[in-house]
Design a protein around this ligand. Structure first.
Ligand SMILES: [Zn+2]
Ligand SMILES: [Zn+2]
Ligand SMILES: [Zn+2]
Ligand SMILES: [Zn+2]
Length: 472
């Protein structure tokens, strides 16, 4: 045991000696500055910028030495992070304040800075709708930044839905009629010929194959007379395009001006030829207000809107004369075809049933007309000889020419074969001619009535001027 204790004592002495030496060496590793203890000052890391160097985190000491974050001595150069240089984006332009430039990904300095150089032409961004105007802009030829923009043109028309009575685009409710400058605009009918060749080409393409006898395709046969019978030679088609409706008209034979009496026609005279496609725009019908009372108005079309025979034959049917208004083709056409085409269900709802007086006393102005027929109840009707001599309606009481009775035809009426003179057209009255069972009264192109203005009922070259009563 004594031997063991002696060894332990020696080992203890050795440990103490080593410890003393260690303290001596740590106190200063430089034998020239044996008493200096490093006084570490932390220098925080700083990132380099494009143009300025940064540094890593390090320590300094008053002795001028540098140490890393683990306090190992390093060279001063090892603390430095060099400046990065600019990272210029040359594939795109930055812009603002009327200028464009190439930017640096890492700093705010601007390179290749220059003012915008706008191109001359406008660039379209958006077409007009019924609620927003069209918009266009100009842009810089270098960086494509918009240098100018504006709203322009007019709002587009509403896209009326005939089922809902509202605009499909904005939901606005379609006004059933509009009143402007003393006229009422109510219902729609094809009227003005489309002259824009780009538009007619588009419509022609939309309409597909042209109809031929025996195959109308998408087209509707007018069922007009040729000689003495209904034949298939003239068609129409209605297309909606860009918020508007257009009617195409096409015929392979001319419509005879006088049914069953030769081939005279006014269609070619009016500039409408066979085997040619024509387009007419559907537009609101302009009505003249003849009378307004008790929340109702009596209206007559202010233009001749179509051309139609009074009756297709000049020969009596049993005891029915050809000029019998009640049994006439034109009354049937007004009540069925025109009424259905010109007025949607909302417009139809304000058209009154009118008791149409066809008596000789009233309709024929007391002329003792032997061809007067029974009264009728109609939505749409023709005016009578008495009506167009009524000063309360704005007409002259005389038969002679009257400005108020002079009416212009629509292009569409001319395409149907109306016979115009000096820009005005003749138009049917519902009054039977007093002398012949195959004559009915017409207002001539000068606005004259009576006397010689009773003409043959099978003539298709006289115009249609509908009249009706609406609830205001
Ligand atoms: Zn030091
Ligand atoms: Zn930079
Ligand atoms: Zn620019
Ligand atoms: Zn709209």
């Amino acid at each position: 045991m004594k031997r063991t204790a002696k060894i332990s004592l020696v080992m203890l002495a050795v440990v103490v000696l080593i410890a003393a030496l260690a303290v001596t060496f740590t106190a200063c590793n430089d034998k020239t500055q044996q008493q200096h203890t490093h006084d570490y000052t932390l220098v925080e890391a700083k990132a380099a910028s494009c143009t300025e160097a940064g540094n890593v985190q390090y320590y300094t000491c008053t002795c001028g030495k540098f140490f890393d974050s683990e306090k190992r001595e390093i060279e001063e150069s090892q603390t430095v992070i060099p400046a990065t240089g600019h990272d210029i984006v040359t594939t795109s332009w930055a812009s603002g304040g009327g200028s464009h430039w190439h930017k640096c990904n890492n700093c705010d300095e601007k390179f290749d800075l220059a003012s915008h150089t706008p191109k001359d032409e406008w660039i379209n961004d958006r077409e007009a709708t019924c609620t927003v105007y069209a918009r266009r802009h100009k842009e810089c030829s270098v960086c494509n930044t918009w240098t100018q923009d504006e709203l322009y043109g007019e709002l587009a028309p509403h896209t009326w839905n005939s089922q809902t009575g509202k605009c499909d685009v904005c939901g606005a409710t379609k006004p059933i009629y509009e009143e402007r400058d003393g006229k009422i605009y109510f219902g729609e009918y094809p009227q003005t010929k489309v002259e824009d060749s780009g538009l007619t080409a588009t419509l022609a393409q939309m309409s597909g194959a042209r109809p031929v006898k025996g195959n109308s395709g998408k087209w509707t046969d007018y069922k007009y007379y040729l000689d003495k019978k209904v034949d298939e030679y003239m068609w129409h088609i209605d297309l909606d395009y860009n918020g508007a409706r257009y009617r195409g008209v096409y015929f392979t034979s001319y419509r005879a001006a006088f049914i069953g009496m030769g081939s005279t026609t006014y269609q070619d005279h009016n500039g409408y030829e066979i085997n040619t496609l024509y387009w007419f725009k559907w537009e609101p019908i302009e009505w003249r207000v003849l009378e307004k009372q008790g929340g109702e108005a009596l209206l007559m079309s202010n233009l001749i809107i179509d051309s139609y025979q009074f009756y297709h034959d000049g020969v009596d049917r049993d005891d029915i004369h050809p000029n019998n208004y009640k049994e006439s083709d034109i009354r049937n056409w007004l009540s069925e075809t025109f009424y259905a085409q010109a007025f949607d269900k909302f417009a139809q709802a304000i058209i009154k049933d009118t008791l149409v007086d066809n008596s000789a006393d009233v309709s024929a102005a007391g002329a003792g007309n032997p061809f007067a027929c029974e009264d009728t109840t109609d939505k749409v009707f023709l005016l009578s000889y008495a009506d167009v001599k009524n000063p309360a309606y704005g007409f002259s009481v005389e038969d002679a020419a009257d400005e108020a009775r002079k009416l212009k035809p629509t292009d569409y009426a001319l395409a149907q074969g109306l016979a115009p003179l000096n820009g005005y057209g003749p138009w049917w009255l519902r009054t039977p001619g007093g002398q012949q069972p195959f004559h009915a009264d017409v207002t001539d192109t000068a606005g004259g009535v009576g006397g010689v203005n009773s003409l043959s009922v099978p003539e298709t070259n006289f115009g249609v001027v509908p009249a009706l009563r609406i609830t205001l």
